[in-house]
Design a protein around this ligand. Sequence first.
Ligand code: B12
Length: 336
Amino acid sequence: MGWIMKILVISSNTLPASPSGSVYVAGAVRQAGHEVQIYERLFSTDLAGELTAKLRDFQPDIVGISIRLVFGDELDLEAPLGTRHTDLRPRVKEFTDFIRQTSPAHIVLGGPGFNYYARDWLEYLDLDYGICGEGEESFPLFLKRLAEGGDITSVPGCVFRNDGCFDSVPPRPVKDLDKQALPAYDLLDWQSYAGRNITPAVLTKRGCAFSCTYCLYSKLEGKRYRSKIPFGASLILGAPGETPETIAETLDVLDDYEIPNGVWVTVGVYLWTDYQEIVPEARRTGVLKDDNELFSGAVYLSPDLPRSYLQELPEALRARRGYSVQFNKPSEAWTL
Ligand code: B12
């Protein structure tokens, strides 16, 4: 096995969805210099025949199996409530058994449906190696170690069997998503997907700050947002209820993130029309004295922001890195 390997990534999902995990890891191993192909299980009509041909023609060194789901619900209008619960495990076993019998390739498991049950999967499929968590760095590292005769059992996220015992290494999330390869969607024939109403999916962020009780994403992906696309933040300060304390809280949240395209702050909320719910509030508090002001540019600013605080605010904001500040035309009611 040379340094440049042949990698066959199999998208094992048999329910319709974009094979995102497969194309992301395929892009990563291709960027690392390997030759890569993807086999999409979703469209197979003759699994044994298709796999035999693929393994014979491509002769992969490694087969990476992307497991998206363990079970799912298939549309079946004959079934109660119109869906049928489907155990997808035997479908994965069907082809891992087949590959083992017909190819000397190493099999590596991964994917969102692998993560929670890594050991169960290894046991169920009678396999020895898988990688939990994000695969963009771990999978190429595994290949490098394998080629160099290095230690594949210390690759971040790996789960393995050794002398009948299981062991694992904690996954390491990708830090710099900008350095990662684009998903290798070009390796797939999108006409077949379009025919089943499947569109290619691109992940615009990883991580989630929320703690919903039914969801585990923040635990899988971390609570900090990591985004692929550079972004900026735009703030409007001074809406009803705004105080120096709420502004400090907002700035604290922003301080927690690196915001590549900077922060644009507007102080004061322009009043244009009754479609804005703030307009009646502005009338009630006397900020908007005459509706003709709407036409000439009236601005609302929370009465809970002291004048002395407002006088220093633009300077204080401009002193922050990447901040630009626009102070909207003050109305006469609070001329500074
Ligand atoms: C987006 C999403 C959807 C979208 C899909 C939209 C689309 N256009 O693709 C929608 C809303 C349609 C959906 C539906 C369902 N989903 Co969903 N979905 C997800 C979600 C949030 C992200 C999956 C994704 O695309 N990630 C982006 C790619 C890049 O990441 P990835 O696939 O994880 O791949 C990375 C790693 O896993 C790894 N990797 C992947 N493959 C491989 C292979 C190898 C060899 C290696 C080394 C590494 C590796 O590297 C990749 C890059 O970092 C996951 C949860 C999660 N945060 O992972 C659930 C998840 C996959 N869904 C889940 C479920 C259950 C479902 C449904 C069955 C729900 C339902 N009852 O209808 C349906 C089934 C849909 C289907 N037909 O497959 C479960 C599966 C769990 C399980 N035990 O089976 C998950 C894990 C959520 C959960 N509950 O925890 N889903």
